[in-house]
Design a protein around this ligand. Structure first.
Ligand SMILES: [Zn+2]
Length: 220
């Protein structure tokens, strides 16, 4: 559900996000124990604080006590007016929900997208552990439940959000200053390796099979 925006300036768009998320979370009760990942949204010029408050309000309305699904906020690249471009913004959403609806707090977490965090300016090429330390300090590592493992078509800090196949972009390719060692560090990191990793490229089965084989061969 990447197309909706719970912090749109248009009321109808916010209502659509609310209805879609509420329905999804109700339906997911038939498949208990899943993660429900979403892009927090774009504040479209209203300011990050307003956007964060709208996202908090939406989450407090669509989540419910005793739900068996964990809702994950995805780390964003910071393209345009995206909310969730920094660990601080994600922490504000989580703290906002915890303050308003404490009973929902333990069902809220984060999915780290490797392309997005690099595009957002976190240097996972040279200092993955430093970035995870910062995540732990700001959000808490126990909130991290999943990884979207993508390479990036753009350098660290570009604020673009263009995924690339593993090994062909700025993270995994030496031509751009990265390398397979970067991917190896990600899939072998002690704080990440037990989490589910989701591929969002290359979009066809043979390509997925090749990337899965590659990543498994790298894992130490
Ligand atoms: Zn993603």
């Amino acid at each position: 559900p990447y197309t909706y925006n719970p912090c749109s300036a248009k009321e109808r768009a916010r209502e659509f996000a609310l209805e879609a998320m509420a329905e999804d979370l109700q339906r997911l009760e038939a498949l208990p124990g899943n993660y429900y990942n979403f892009h927090p949204g774009a504040h479209v010029g209203q300011g990050a604080d307003v956007g964060i408050q709208m996202i908090v309000d939406t989450l407090c309305q669509v989540m419910f006590e005793g739900q068996q699904t964990t809702v994950l906020l995805e780390t964003m690249a910071g393209k345009g007016t995206e909310v969730g471009r920094s660990f601080e913004e994600l922490a504000c959403i989580i703290e906002g929900v915890a303050a308003k609806c404490p009973e929902l707090s333990d069902k809220l977490g984060v999915c780290l997208d490797t392309c997005h965090v690099s595009d957002a300016g976190y240097d996972i090429i040279h200092d993955l552990d430093g970035v995870l330390d910062e995540f732990d300090r700001v959000v808490g590592i126990d909130r991290l439940h999943a990884v979207h493992i993508n390479d990036s078509k753009n350098p660290c800090g570009a604020h673009k959000d263009r995924h690339e196949c593993i090994g062909k972009g700025y993270l995994g390719n030496e031509e751009f200053g990265g390398g397979m060692q970067v991917m190896q560090n990600i899939v072998s990191n002690g704080r990440l390796c037990s989490l589910p990793f989701i591929l969002e490229t290359p979009n066809e089965l043979a390509g997925y099979a090749a990337e899965i084989r590659l990543l498994r061969s790298l894992q130490q």
